[in-house]
Design a protein around this ligand. Structure first.
Ligand SMILES: C[S@@+](CC[C@H](N)C(=O)[O-])C[C@H]1O[C@@H](n2cnc3c(N)ncnc32)[C@H](O)[C@@H]1O
Length: 213
């Protein structure tokens, strides 16, 4: 398994080096607090991979380098982050499509992808639409495709660290769920879920669920 340190080294040497200030720090050092190393292990080679809520493109860039994808796609609610992600992936040898979207309507093109990643996005989705968002995602993903769902563990006391983090960096307080509640919701939507993985990185409590439509 590639280590977090190796992932940081790669991001430092990639187009990420040209991002400035906080964007640079959040993009290049994201593997310090987010288990990208484990997430990459779940992505088979030669797949079309779509990152929903791709931020500045850290994960897409790492998938491009380490997972031998066939094609990459991403969407984001911030045009600024879309621009960063496009810059990060500008030297990609495989087709890449990264677009702005309204945070509500998942594009139909997601059906073209075999792997969908949703990493630390769920708790940012407004509470009243969190479940309907997943119902929509299930409808739009293609049968047999996999969803890699990673979020902050709402059942851990450390969730309050993440709430403070989001308040300081995103001016909002997230709605984190426990892994069991999220897994039950995914199954209710129709996904088949395999085992849940837990991991704490520094003060951030994570869980990852591998699901299949
Ligand atoms: C903690 S960041 C994670 C970014 C990226 N997935 C990663 O792991 O590096 C959360 C991201 O979710 C995005 N976001 C917020 N609301 C969203 C929504 N309704 N749909 C998709 N993305 C959203 C934010 O703009 C932000 O980029």
């Amino acid at each position: 398994m590639v280590t977090s340190e190796e992932l940081i080294q790669y991001l430092k040497s990639s187009e990420g080096r040209n991002l400035k200030g906080l964007a640079h720090l959040k993009t290049v050092y994201r593997p310090v607090i987010c288990p990208f190393d484990q997430i990459l292990e779940l992505i088979p080679p030669d797949k079309k991979v779509f990152d929903l809520g791709c931020g500045s493109g850290s994960l897409l860039s790492l998938i491009n380098q380490f997972s031998k994808p066939k094609q990459l796609g991403g969407i984001e609610v911030s045009q600024n982050l879309v621009d960063n992600a496009r810059q990060l992936l500008s030297a990609s040898k495989v087709p890449v499509s990264i677009n702005f979207y309204d945070g509500l309507t998942i594009p139909d093109e997601i059906a073209d992808y075999e792997v969908v990643t949703l990493i630390d996005v769920f708790h940012h989705i407004p509470k009243p639409i969190q479940v309907s968002f997943f119902e929509q995602l299930y409808r739009k993903m293609t049968k047999g495709s996999i969803l890699i769902f990673k979020d902050i563990d709402g059942s851990s006391p450390l969730v309050y660290v993440n709430k403070l983090h989001d308040l300081l960096l995103a001016s909002e307080i997230g709605n984190e769920w426990s892994a069991e509640k999220a897994s039950a919701m995914l199954r209710n939507c129709g996904f088949e879920c395999s085992a849940i993985t837990y991991r704490r990185m520094l003060v951030y409590p994570h869980y990852t669920i591998l699901a299949r439509k």
